[in-house]
Design a protein around this ligand. Structure first.
Ligand SMILES: [Zn+2]
Ligand SMILES: [Zn+2]
Length: 277
């Protein structure tokens, strides 16, 4: 398996000279499993560029069937979907997965951000055949050999982590969750256990978390301690705060590496190979 980062920022897109190296698009990761069909984690603004790349691919002209797993429906994880070009082609088919909630259907949340007050095109007019799949904590298989497990973690409004197993390799995607070194959830440590790659929320510094407690995010040092405790091979620091410049982020990467050596800053455009940590 490989992963490619198309958006690594949290909260809001962050264009600008001092964030250009790491990138300003919000959460979106492509999981490359060797199957032609795309597997996508979150639909932040990074999914726009991924969509353009998929459309440029010759295979896409035959029509493609893809899977989009949403950790949750905060803006920075869904806002790119109305700009996802493959969803406008009737030849294409997408399965969009997110937490099943008693109070609101996943489909209605995605449709809501495309109401005419906010956007000129309704979701029903996008063209592709889009199926919504409401998840519980469960394990299911796509493409015949890609196993996906979901677990709920601590974030305002809830969030799901994804553990993806393919040909013996393990990818864990765990963003938008608030834990500290002192209160790491044993359930999260187990969920991340022995991952070849853990992608984890590193939005804040410990100083920032003191004033943003309850906002639903972790720190780069907690990411490193989690990676250590879960025995993962490689850690990607992800969901960068919009206020953090490239220089600050590289500093945070170095601080994480001092705790857990195999820490890497998730950077827009970066591909990580789970074979070669
Ligand atoms: Zn987020
Ligand atoms: Zn969130």
């Amino acid at each position: 398996m490989k992963v490619r980062f198309w958006g690594v920022r949290g909260s809001i897109p962050t264009p600008g000279h001092d964030s250009a190296d790491v990138g300003g698009n919000t959460s979106c990761v492509q999981v490359l499993t060797g199957h032609a069909e795309p597997l996508i984690l979150d639909a932040g603004t990074g999914i726009r560029l991924l969509g353009n790349a998929l459309m440029a691919d010759a295979a896409a002209s035959q029509g493609l069937a893809g899977h989009v797993l949403l950790s949750h429906t905060h803006w920075d994880h869904i806002q790119g979907f109305p700009f996802f070009a493959p969803a406008f082609s009737p030849k294409n088919e997408f399965y969009v997965y997110g937490a099943g909630k008693a109070e609101e259907r996943l489909e209605d949340v995605l449709k809501g951000q495309m109401n005419y007050q906010y956007f000129p095109v309704a979701l029903d007019q996008m063209g592709a055949n889009i199926h919504f799949v409401e998840l519980q904590e469960e394990t299911f298989t796509i493409f015949g050999d890609v196993e996906i497990s979901t677990r709920a973690f601590h974030h305002p409004g809830g969030v799901y982590g994804f553990r993806i197993v393919h040909q013996g390799q393990i990818l864990v995607y765990a963003t938008d969750m608030e834990y500290t070194e002192q209160n790491l959830d044993p359930k999260l440590i187990e969920f991340a256990r022995n991952a070849d790659l853990l992608i984890y929320d590193a939005q804040y510094t410990p100083e920032e978390l003191k004033v943003k407690t309850g906002w639903g995010h972790s720190t780069h040092t907690t990411a490193a301690y989690l990676a250590q405790q879960a025995g993962v091979k490689q850690l990607a620091l992800y969901h960068h705060d919009p206020s953090h410049t490239d220089a600050q982020l590289y500093q945070m990467e170095a601080e994480a590496q001092a705790i857990f050596a195999a820490s890497t800053l998730a950077v827009e455009g970066l591909t990580l190979d789970l074979d070669r940590p």
